[in-house]
Design a protein around this ligand. Structure first.
Ligand code: GMT
Length: 375
């Protein structure tokens, strides 16, 4: 049975938007009809795809409103699209506001419209601590017909922090293997001024405090005392200026390249020798998968979903949060040992193929949709 599915997500750059958009594209390829209901065109939907429709949520700024009512506009748009297009399901990525808006839409449309909610992290691990939002998040989750989390760890956090009894299905992130594979990058390395004897360490994030970008810089600084290396910092966000200042203070400006936001990161991964993700909160870590798919060994922290992604001692290492000495030593053990590097690189590619292949993960979502439709 082919389904008609509405998808609501944050359409800007970010793991949840990537997962939601790639899922929609792959479901459309399998013949389902996909309706994105979002505030702007999801950034990965830059071209025309058959079976995919886009409905923009517009918020009129009447002077009677102190704040433009985005959530109500979204709920209205969901209800309008669901009725007109006869949607079977709205798949809301994030509990608030999206699952709560979907609940409101369902009240307007009727019980035949099912709600599937995917929790990506921040709504639980950050907003879940806010007493003014906690009950609303819990309500959005409990009113959904099915709920998924992107890791087992996030499922446990959700149950513990919100006291949720409802069944929660962990479904991991996946990568589009047509986009993420190892490419030849000699020319690109040269263009960035990286000499053949230098190692490349990469970090990609939205530079929020939880990403601990300073730890990335400090670990790199320590490593660079033993090897010739460059650090690629990709992304932008609240900690950006602090990161620039730390690079200056450590006197490593010539070895750190701030590349800002980049969309096609598969090439940047392909020219890298090591990926660092040293977060203090991370429900999964999609960037780790993307790096491994491109053959890059990874070093991450022992929190959230990261241990579900990295195979310690096989595809990389898992270190204690903030333990710069351990992170630098583990990283150097990969960068200074060609044989280990090649083994970790091969293992990573194989690990992603076996456990996080898009066909496997999309099938898990599809099965869940069919279960929900059966009631
Ligand atoms: O990492 C971020 O801050 C972005 C955030 C998002 O909302 O896009 O990412 C979250 O969802 C991703 C996709 O499921 C996960 O891979 C990230 O681990 C998760 N981020 C955090 O938990 C901090």
């Amino acid at each position: 049975m082919k389904l008609k599915i509405g998808i609501t997500c944050y359409p800007t750059v970010g793991g949840s938007g990537v997962v939601a958009t790639e899922l929609g594209k792959l479901l459309a390829e399998k013949g389902h009809e996909i309706h994105f209901i979002t505030s702007s065109l999801p950034f990965r939907l830059g071209k025309v795809y058959p079976n995919i429709f886009y409905h923009e949520v517009e918020v009129n700024n009447y002077s009677v409103f102190k704040y433009p009512p985005y959530d109500l506009a979204l709920a209205s748009k969901m209800a309008e699209v669901a009725k007109r297009e006869k949607l079977d399901i709205i798949h809301a990525h994030y509990a608030i506001p999206h699952a709560v808006c979907a609940y409101l839409a369902k009240q307007m449309v009727g019980d035949s419209l099912k709600i599937v909610t995917t929790l990506h992290g921040t709504d639980i691990t950050v907003l879940g601590y806010d007493p003014s939002l906690k009950e609303m998040i819990k309500f959005g989750i409990e009113q959904s017909d099915a709920v998924t989390t992107v890791s087992h760890s996030l499922k446990e956090d959700t149950q513990r922090l919100l006291g949720i009894q409802k069944n929660i299905v962990p479904i991991h992130n996946f990568v589009d293997e047509r986009e993420y594979y190892k490419r030849k990058t000699e020319q690109l390395r040269e263009a960035y001024g990286i000499s053949p004897d230098e190692k490349v360490v990469i970090h990609i994030s939205n530079f929020r405090g939880v990403k601990r970008v300073q730890d990335v810089i400090k670990s790199f600084h320590q490593m660079s005392k033993s090897i010739k290396a460059k650090l690629l910092l990709i992304g932008n966000g609240p900690e950006f200026t602090v990161a620039c200042k730390l690079v200056q203070d450590l006197g490593i400006e010539d070895d750190v390249l701030f590349l800002g936001k980049q969309e096609n990161v598969a090439e940047l991964f392909s020219m890298s020798d090591l990926k660092l993700l040293l977060s203090e909160k991370e429900s999964f870590g999609l960037v780790l998968l993307e790096a491994m798919a491109c053959g890059v060994p990874v070093v991450g922290t022992n929190i959230g979903g990261i241990p579900e992604v990295i195979l310690h001692g096989e595809t990389g290492y898992i270190c204690e949060v903030g333990n710069i000495d351990e992170i630098a030593a583990r990283s150097l053990s990969i960068l200074m040992d060609e044989k280990k590097h090649a083994t970790f690189s091969r293992n990573g590619i194989e690990h992603v193929k076996q456990h996080f292949h898009s066909s496997k993960i999309v099938q898990e979502y599809e099965n869940l949709y069919y279960d929900v439709m059966k009631g």
